[in-house]
Ligand binder design. Structure first.
Ligand SMILES: NC(=O)c1ccc[n+]([C@@H]2O[C@H](COP(=O)([O-])OP(=O)(O)OC[C@H]3O[C@@H](n4cnc5c(N)ncnc54)[C@H](OP(=O)(O)O)[C@@H]3O)[C@@H](O)[C@H]2O)c1
Length: 209
């Protein structure tokens, strides 16, 4: 698949390395695709990995992944142009002023992203896993669970396949409004990691028979 990843930071670079290593064609959408850091990242990717500015990066992409700070989400989406009917995986968390969710209860970042990216088929996913585990690392010999949600079943199937390839246990958790639950879960994971000194190698897992 051709995947455009918006943002070249911890999440964007981690996903780009993992998916390009699996044979996908990845384009990093960056504010500065010519910067030394981004050029080096693109050069390290196999399978024709490249970097481009935001609008160019999504040309011909089957899937777009949003991996920018929440404060940059609206402007980044606006710069992508028309995303009507495109699959957009939203990995962001709507943090404001440090580790505080700026939206929740009766709305969510995922739903806000869908309003900004008018017509795109938004799937909320990958927001609860630490970027350092994006290679699908197993913990306690088990895959980390990644709940996803969205309103378009075809888009969710694409996300299930792509995220499953990384080595995660992907679970369809329902409609996009389930983002209201997935975003606070990220905060819980971060607080346990930092405040309870559990470290970054912790993951969420849904146990079942
Ligand atoms: N870090 C994690 O473990 C983790 C895990 C799950 C989800 N998330 C979520 O994923 C998103 C990205 O997190 P991250 O850790 O990858 O962030 P990051 O390391 O800070 O990288 C974010 C990237 O977004 C781009 N960007 C666009 N506008 C920006 C702006 N105004 N300021 C800063 N960067 C901007 C930058 O790429 P260019 O310079 O190339 O444009 C930057 O490298 C966030 O919403 C975060 O909550 C993070």
């Amino acid at each position: 698949m051709r995947i455009a990843i918006i943002g070249s930071g911890s999440v964007g670079a981690g996903l780009a390395r993992s998916w390009s290593g699996l044979g996908h064609s990845v384009v990093i959408g960056s504010r500065s695709p010519g910067s030394e850091r981004v050029v080096e990242l693109a050069a390290s990717l196999g399978n024709g990995g490249a970097a481009a500015d935001l609008s160019e990066s999504v040309a011909g992409a089957d899937v777009i992944v949003l991996a920018v700070p929440w404060s940059a989400a609206e402007a980044s989406l606006a710069a992508l142009g028309d995303l009507n009917c495109r699959v957009l995986i939203d990995a962001t968390n709507p943090f404001v002023k440090g580790l505080n969710l700026g939206i929740g209860h009766d709305d969510s970042g995922g739903e806000q992203v869908a309003r900004w990216a008018t017509g795109a088929h938004v799937v909320k996913a990958l927001n609860i896993v630490d970027a350092r585990l994006l290679d699908g690392k197993k913990l306690d010999d088990r895959e980390i669970s990644i709940p996803i949600c969205g309103d378009d079943s075809d888009a969710k199937s694409v996300a299930v396949e792509l995220i499953g390839e990384l080595g995660f246990d992907v679970i369809d958790a329902g409609k996009l409004e389930v983002s209201r639950l997935l975003e606070p879960l990220c905060l819980l994971m971060i607080k346990m990691s930092m405040k309870k000194s559990l470290g970054n190698e912790i993951g969420f897992r849904v146990l079942r028979d």
